[in-house]
Ligand binder design. Structure first.
Ligand SMILES: Cc1cc2nc3c(=O)[nH]c(=O)nc-3n(C[C@H](O)[C@H](O)[C@H](O)COP(=O)(O)OP(=O)(O)OC[C@H]3O[C@@H](n4cnc5c(N)ncnc54)[C@H](O)[C@@H]3O)c2cc1C
Length: 305
């Protein structure tokens, strides 16, 4: 591997200045599970890497205002998946983090690195799209925040500008009755990049809102079937009207129609599209089954305790 300098910035401003001065040849470094492999393969040739992990807040998971949860960009997959605040409300993200590679790799790979690598197959992305996460970015102009769906711009491309880096992901409150399922299809059962992935998330909707659909608010996001992860808006809208078996089939077909897959060495576009429908249907059915199991646990209204 071509040698490069390893830099540890003292604070956010120094990190930003180092990145800006490097003009693309100085790269942010977190777990290195993508960057080192790409460097070894000669796909990138950094003169230096800037290790962002030690900056304040980068490895923290903490409650924000108004029920939000803030996850530092340098939190590893295992750290996120094992954190009680994540487990309590964001099981969809727990499943996504746990689906990445192996336990050993998840001790190193960070959630921020997964987003900044900007692979359409990044496994945390569909969950973050469903949860409508907000990306916090630090740069020469200070801090800015953008929805995660605007952070992914194209394969390997993010909305980050010169001197900017991702500091954290902010998750909006997720109600107690929210349910999510992440289904991933790789070439092997464990440790492989997704050929297709589908996240399905359902929440009760804003209960105070009289226009909230009786079926709840549904969100579906797709991975590895477009230049960026995608939301399947028409499938979501269909589920808000009808969650009968026929409605589920319609929604699954609409999710497949939303996919924009390509043929590549891992799968054909046609196979990917067909698998979106299968994984979406399974995800919706699993969410509904989980909801009815939860409802069955509730004590009957007015019944004996
Ligand atoms: C064997 C193996 C299996 C894998 N399996 C999976 C899998 O199943 N699912 C999956 O989604 N991924 C998988 N990956 C890919 C990789 O592990 C993940 O994308 C991981 O989350 C990357 O995080 P990292 O901290 O290692 O990022 P790094 O390698 O440190 O960085 C990734 C990229 O993002 C940039 N970057 C990092 N942090 C920031 C920041 N804060 N601001 C701006 N830019 C930044 C870096 O410069 C680099 O270009 C696998 C990788 C390997 C080697």
């Amino acid at each position: 591997m071509q040698p490069f300098d390893y830099l540890i910035p003292g604070d956010h401003a120094e990190a930003s200045a180092l990145l800006a001065a490097g003009n693309g040849r100085v790269r942010p470094f977190m777990g290195g599970t993508d960057l080192l492999i790409r460097t070894r393969g000669g796909f990138v040739r950094p003169q230096a890497v800037v290790d962002l992990k030690g900056l304040p807040g980068m490895k923290e998971i903490r409650p924000g205002d108004d029920g939000w949860l803030i996850i530092g960009a340098a939190c590893t997959m295992n750290q996120v998946a094992m954190h009680p605040l994540v487990q309590a409300r964001y099981d969809l993200l727990v499943q996504a983090c746990n689906s990445v590679a192996s336990y050993q790799l998840r001790n190193r790979a960070t959630i921020g690195g997964n987003c900044c690598n900007a692979s359409p197959a990044a496994d945390t992305a569909p969950a973050l799209y469903c949860l409508e996460a907000v990306a916090e970015i630090y740069g020469p102009q200070g801090i800015r925040r953008i929805p995660i769906a605007q952070f992914f711009v194209g394969p390997g491309k993010t909305a980050l500008r010169s001197g900017e880096f991702l500091t954290s992901l902010h998750l909006p409150p997720s109600p107690q009755d929210a349910r999510g399922v992440f289904n991933k299809l790789g070439r092997t059962k464990m440790g492989d990049i997704s050929v297709v992935s589908v996240a399905v998330y359902r929440r009760s909707g804003r209960l105070a809102d009289p226009t909230a659909p009786a079926t709840g608010e549904w969100r579906i996001a797709l991975g590895a079937v477009g230049p960026t992860p995608l939301r399947a808006a028409e499938a979501e809208a269909a589920l808000m009207q009808d969650t009968s078996p026929a409605g589920i089939r319609v929604a699954a077909a609409l999710a497949a129609a939303a996919a924009r897959p390509i043929d590549d060495i891992r799968a054909s576009a046609a196979y990917r599209r067909a698998m979106v429908a299968v994984l979406a249907r399974r995800g919706i059915e699993a969410v509904l089954a989980d909801l009815s199991a939860a409802r069955a646990q509730l004590p009957a209204a007015g019944g004996a305790s």
